[in-house]
Design a protein around this ligand. Structure first.
Ligand SMILES: Cc1cc2nc3c(=O)[nH]c(=O)nc-3n(C[C@H](O)[C@H](O)[C@H](O)COP(=O)(O)OP(=O)(O)OC[C@H]3O[C@@H](n4cnc5c(N)ncnc54)[C@H](O)[C@@H]3O)c2cc1C
Length: 496
């Protein structure tokens, strides 16, 4: 009898999940497809493409070693690749894809889907939760998850008596000498080298000098172990801090592995709780980390599926500007925080959530950049990008393009926030404290410009009342708007 063909997407690299969970070499064959449409369809960050391709090729080798018949194809697109061999098999199966686009192209060619268990919350369950809510607050979802999964719960109550330690977890970087943790550098093997050599023929951004991303399950486990030993303890306090002294601070660097299947959320949580149970980890750090995995990550995935395919086109603020040229060249701006952040993306395809939100997206929002332009740039450049995670984070959370379906108020800030949470401003060419001087920080000026130009859109939003009121009291609002216009023009021309 013909075997069943399992299609393994580049984010399903796990033997124990999805369509591979029940597969055996005697009854199943495997196919991977490197879609040339995807590969050549964008100017990807080199780290991102290297990681995705090399991790898939490593995983394909592991499956071959286990005795599976594995076909690794390069074809014009995924569906064509599968169709080129599917007639030799009984049927084709795959885990439910993580994007609308792939779901459609695979179902169009008759692939049968296995429920997606790469997340802790099935899509239907999230939908059920969302229907029981008046508003879709992450905090409420997170508490529901803690109860449902029995994580950091004792007798139905949160361990330690509180659900949330955010107020302890918002420290700026220490002013005095501080030793930031280091992370493993991953040795490259012949598969990695082969991918690197192939990539040299493509038009890509970024650089591969730093071997910060491993491409196998073994490397992903090494990353997890390193985080738990060296960084977990102080994960909480410095979660939102930014510093020139450490690119990774205490962050876990686990998102690429969680998103391509080399690690799963259940095992990450299990190992984190084991470490906490040994008594080495403060509750605020443990809770802060657990919140990211069972809260934010699951919430974002759930929203992606309930908001629907057209959500990405939302543009509540009618922002139409193109992406600023500085996004393509970290050295082209004198804004230290922006230059440092873009440089991090160029080198590693990664910066943590605050530079993504409060530097890159904040700048794009303040400059009235089209949300989709930012979405595409981020998708092309971040090591951990995927449709399900980028769309709600960019369209909803960071650009407020959905008019508040996800976050009731936009995440925007002036230079004072950046100055408080980082050490970028000390030797920057701009001054975060002023708004109408020649050297005023563009974030500060543009923050008021944003509030002013959107004042009618936000007038009924009670959470924006204080900010709008502050803007109304500015005596120099006309000069601020004038300088804001000048800054947007200069930033769009690549001159600031
Ligand atoms: C504008 C914007 C774009 C983002 N794009 C992505 C993306 O493409 N891919 C991605 O995985 N994350 C994205 N995030 C979320 C977050 O920035 C990254 O998950 C995190 O920086 C990854 O680094 P880490 O593994 O060290 O995370 P840690 O700070 O160590 O957090 C642990 C884990 O929590 C999860 N997590 C935390 N916040 C989120 C979130 N908002 N959405 C989804 N998962 C979350 C991640 O899996 C992460 O690995 C984005 C956030 C913003 C504001």
């Amino acid at each position: 009898m013909a075997k069943t063909l399992v299609y393994v997407a580049h984010d399903n690299l796990n033997r124990n999940k999805g369509a591979l969970a029940g597969a055996r070499p005697e009854t199943h064959a495997i196919v991977f497809v490197e879609s040339q449409r995807v590969l050549n369809g964008a100017r990807w960050n080199r780290q991102r493409l290297f990681f995705l391709l090399s991790a898939a090729r490593h995983f394909a080798e592991e499956l071959k070693d286990e005795g599976f018949e594995v076909t690794y194809l390069k074809d014009k697109d995924t569906a064509s690749g599968i169709q080129s061999i599917s007639k030799n098999y009984e049927e084709v199966i795959s885990v439910e894809p993580s994007s609308y686009r792939l779901s459609k192209s695979l179902s169009d060619i008759g692939v049968r889907f296995i429920p997606n268990d790469f997340f802790l919350t099935p899509r239907a369950l999230f939908e059920q939760w969302s229907k029981s809510q008046k508003s879709l607050k992450m905090e409420n979802f997170y508490r529901w998850q803690r109860q449902r999964l029995g994580i950091l719960i004792s007798n139905g109550e949160p361990v330690g008596g509180r659900w949330n330690y955010d107020d302890e977890n918002r420290e700026p970087p220490p002013k005095s000498e501080y030793r930031w943790p280091t992370y493993p550098s991953h040795e490259r093997d012949s598969i990695d080298e082969e991918v690197i050599s192939e990539l040299s023929n493509l038009n890509l951004s970024g650089a591969l000098d730093e071997a910060v991303w491993g491409t196998s399950r073994k490397a992903a486990l090494a990353q997890l172990k390193s985080f738990l030993k060296k960084s977990f303890k102080d994960f909480g306090p410095f979660e939102d801090a930014m510093t020139v002294k450490s690119w990774s601070l205490h962050h876990s660097l686990l998102s690429p592995y969680l998103n391509n299947g080399l690690l799963t959320p259940d095992e990450v949580i299990r190992e984190a709780l084991k470490e906490f149970d040994k008594g080495n980890i403060p509750l605020a750090s443990c809770e802060g980390f657990i919140r990211q995995i069972i809260g934010w990550r699951e919430y974002i995935n759930g929203l992606y599926w309930i908001f629907g395919e057209n959500y990405r086109e939302s543009n509540f603020l009618e922002s139409k500007n193109p992406l600023l040229p500085l996004f393509e060249n970290s050295q082209s701006t004198k804004m230290k925080c922006v230059s440092e952040t873009i440089s991090g993306v160029e080198k590693r395809g990664w910066v943590h959530h605050i530079p993504r939100l409060m530097i890159l997206s904040n700048l794009a929002a303040l400059c009235d950049v089209s949300p989709v332009e930012l979405l595409v740039w981020m998708r092309n450049n971040f090591i951990d990008a995927a449709d399900w995670v980028m769309v709600p984070n960019v369209i909803g959370m960071s650009m407020h393009a959905d008019g508040g379906r996800m976050s009731t108020k936009p995440y925007i800030a002036g230079g004072a926030y950046i100055s408080r949470m980082s050490d970028y401003c000390g030797d920057c060419a701009y001054n975060p404290k002023t708004r109408i001087e020649d050297d005023s920080c563009p974030f500060t000026t543009l923050y008021w410009h944003y509030l002013h130009r959107n004042r009618d859109r936000f007038k009924k939003n009670h959470r924006m009342f204080q900010q709008l009121n502050g803007m109304k009291k500015l005596k120099d609002i006309d000069e601020t708007i004038k300088r804001g216009d000048f800054l947007i023009e200069g930033l769009l021309a690549g001159e600031i």
